[in-house]
Design a protein around this ligand. Sequence first.
Ligand SMILES: [Zn+2]
Ligand SMILES: [Zn+2]
Length: 369
Amino acid sequence: MKSYKGQHFGNSSIRQILGNITYTGNLLFQKEYVADPISKKSKINRGELPQYFVENTHEAIIPMEVYQAVQAEKARRRELGALANWSINTSCFTSKIKCGRCGKSYQRSNRKGRKDPDANYTIWICGTRRKTGNAQCQNKDIPEQMLKEACAEVMGLDKFDEIIFSEQVDRIEIPAPNEMVFYFKDGRIVPRHWESTMRKDCWTDERRAAKGRYVQEHQLGPNSSCFTSRIRCDSCGENYRRQRSRHKDGSFDSVWRCASSGKCQSPSIKEEVLKKLCAEAMGLESFDEMAFREQIACIHIMAPFQLSIRFFDGHVFEAGWENKRKMPGHTEQRKQHMREVMIQRWREKRGESNDDTGNDKPIHGNADQ
Ligand SMILES: [Zn+2]
Ligand SMILES: [Zn+2]
């Protein structure tokens, strides 16, 4: 069906047709009125002037019951908001999370973790912030995983349940970053403070253990590290562990290896390389342990020499590295050994050439001489 201009009907003209009572064979007068007699601009009469309804003025093409059903459905959808719009990917949180700063609903947004499909995640972001950026509203995004955990906790459930949520919770308001207020349908109001956590289950477990680990690390003293149990090998699932080797001058060299390094092929990584990459990821000139603990949730060794640094706020930094072998020959002992090898080779060569010329000198010299 085409409009009289021969084009497809636009949304607004369909809306106008659905709302036009004239099709029911009745007329409503003074739907619009001329507000300004000079400009002759007309305005929709929203009750400023009386309206006159005249029944059965002409033949109906739409029965009155259908018209009324359509009006009821329009009102229902207006009430539902985004939930009534099939083109919007809705969830149980759709139009239930309200920004306390600007009043808009939070919207769902899928974020792609670069390269690593496991790093895909979903956040909820204030509609104003999503449209216009930080300028109009600075309220914080909420990772969906975090939202579900907070809901489960407030509802007293082990695991988040969409149906129970929809039944119990009327709305969640976000009055300020890291604050949430749950409005239950039974009238209860439950505020909750939240901290950015990880968006993956393994991170959640890690977050839960974080406090205990922090204490543990401080009790363990100099042997502990901020990297302890934060580096995961993606190919076998084990954590990386630190190995330290002491040099003659008393300095340490720390290398992190997959805990099942005998069976697993994932490469080791030097602590200094880890620190350099983390500093880069955090935008710092040099590594800062406090900043690391505050910002970085975990590091995944994804593929040989490829890692991803995952932040508590959900963003991911990916990087590659290489393990350069230290050139041997730094120690005196090694230098001496190489010297002997060279002499030996030289003598062997000379021995061969002597053989060719029929010289009677001994073919092989003694390296001890
Ligand atoms: Zn907002
Ligand atoms: Zn491994």
